[in-house]
Design a protein around this ligand. Structure first.
Ligand code: ATP
Ligand code: MG
Length: 383
């Protein structure tokens, strides 16, 4: 039998999902789901992982589970095709983590660049001399191991995520190789699937910071209303050197253009041509390259480009918002999706855990095994 093609991916319920999630992961998930190329798709709401840096705020995590689920359904994830579930309700995942912990060194975890950056961002450090209230929660430090448990529990072959997840997938692959060579080849080594558009690998925040992130408060949320989107776009970081409209502007590192790279489609130029019609100057563009060329040459103001970006974003966000409004009126359905999805996911994780324990020979009470164990030990003591 050919190896099954299985997807596992997910999000931390630390806030509503934003357009960085959309281009980095969600949009691709929906395409993969609808491609029919995958045998199973597991989408996890990673509440246990969210608690690793929100231990004192479980209510935030609890409230955001429904937000993330609503965002999932709104972007087009279909519970008939994708198995949506809640991580903490699958205790098998924590058991797997416990065994994988033994296969990873502290030093290896310390080298993980994403975890390093996230610790710095959260003020977690091991500086004993400073006024160090934070320290590093052990659970947070080890979350790449728990992620390996999530991925391998479902035998995932493909993990579609943003670039920040690359070190996590590499850590998982190492654990799989170590486990399989130490015990028995029961775990599947996953591949990462990164966005194919460079600007989607790590969408910057509206403030121009390297990553749009719930924790940084620089997000345009999928559920923002259209006026909020307009305000956020209006306040976006562009090229600080572009003071006069007539000045040449920089496109590289200009967040407005990065978002256009991520969201703009060929049909938008005709559809939203009026954005480039002004009182003093007007332009007719047919491609993003033409817009960029004009911006670089000077004469094209930020306001026009931002108005265009707003329309482009709304073209994607409007239908998502409309679907969300529908699901918000049917909360019992959303929880039923999660409950059923969690039950189905748990069955799979439980089979993997059984295989893992069998490979490690810690399945003492399994039918047949106990008899053998008794025989073996009795013989030893019969001498
Ligand atoms: P937090 O700040 O709580 O970590 P986050 O915004 O980083 O939240 P996650 O839930 O950690 O979001 O990430 C979920 C998925 O979305 C991952 O696959 C991640 O790679 C992707 N992702 C998150 N932010 C971005 C971004 N700005 N650009 C591209 N992909 C992103
Ligand atoms: Mg994150």
């Amino acid at each position: 039998m050919a190896k099954e093609k299985i997807i596992l991916t997910g999000d931390r319920p630390t806030g509503r999902l934003h357009i960085g999630h959309y281009v980095g992961s969600l949009r691709r998930r929906v395409e993969l789901q609808d491609s029919g190329l995958f045998d199973r798709i597991f989408i996890m709401i990673a509440d246990a992982q969210a608690l690793t840096d929100n231990a004192d705020n479980p209510e935030k995590v609890r409230q955001n589970i429904i937000e993330v689920a609503l965002d999932y359904l709104s972007v087009g994830l279909d519970p008939e095709k994708s198995n949506l579930f809640i991580q903490s309700q699958i205790s098998e995942l924590t058991e797997l983590t416990f065994f994988y912990n033994n296969l990873v060194t502290v030093q290896r975890l310390q080298r993980n660049p994403t975890v390093k950056a996230e610790m710095a961002q959260r003020g977690f450090n091991d500086d004993a001399s400073a006024d160090n209230k934070a320290g590093i929660p052990v659970g947070f430090f080890c979350y790449p191991i728990s992620q390996a448990a999530d991925i391998t529990a479902f035998n995932a072959t493909v993990v579609p995520v943003g670039e920040d997840q690359e070190p996590m997938i590499e850590q998982t692959r190492e654990i799989v190789r170590k486990f399989n060579s130490t015990y028995a080849p029961v775990l599947v080594e996953p591949e990462i699937l990164l966005p194919d558009n460079a600007s989607c690998l790590r969408l910057p925040g509206t403030d121009g910071k390297a990553k749009m992130s719930k924790s940084l408060g620089n997000c345009i949320y999928l559920s923002d209303d259209s006026e909020t989107v307009r305000q956020k776009v209006r306040g976006m970081y562009t090229d600080p050197g572009h003071l006069q409209v007539s000045d040449p502007g920089k496109v590289e590192g200009n967040t407005v253009f990065t978002y256009l790279d991520a969201f703009c489609k060929p049909e938008h130029f005709e559809k939203y041509a009026s954005c480039f019609v002004g009182k003093k100057v007007s332009f007719e563009f047919h491609s993003l390259e033409e817009v960029k060329a004009q911006y670089r040459a000077g004469g094209l103001g930020d306001v026009m480009v931002k108005n265009f970006l707003y329309e482009v974003l709304e073209d994607t966000l409007r239908p998502i918002r409309e679907r969300r409004a529908k699901y918000e009126k049917d909360i019992p359905y959303v929880y039923e999706v999660l409950r059923k999805g969690t039950e189905a996911a748990r069955a799979v994780a439980s089979r993997t855990l059984a295989n893992v324990k069998r490979a490690m020979k810690i399945n003492y009470f399994e039918p047949g095994i106990l008899d053998e164990l008794i025989r073996e030990q009795s013989e030893k003591y019969a001498l």
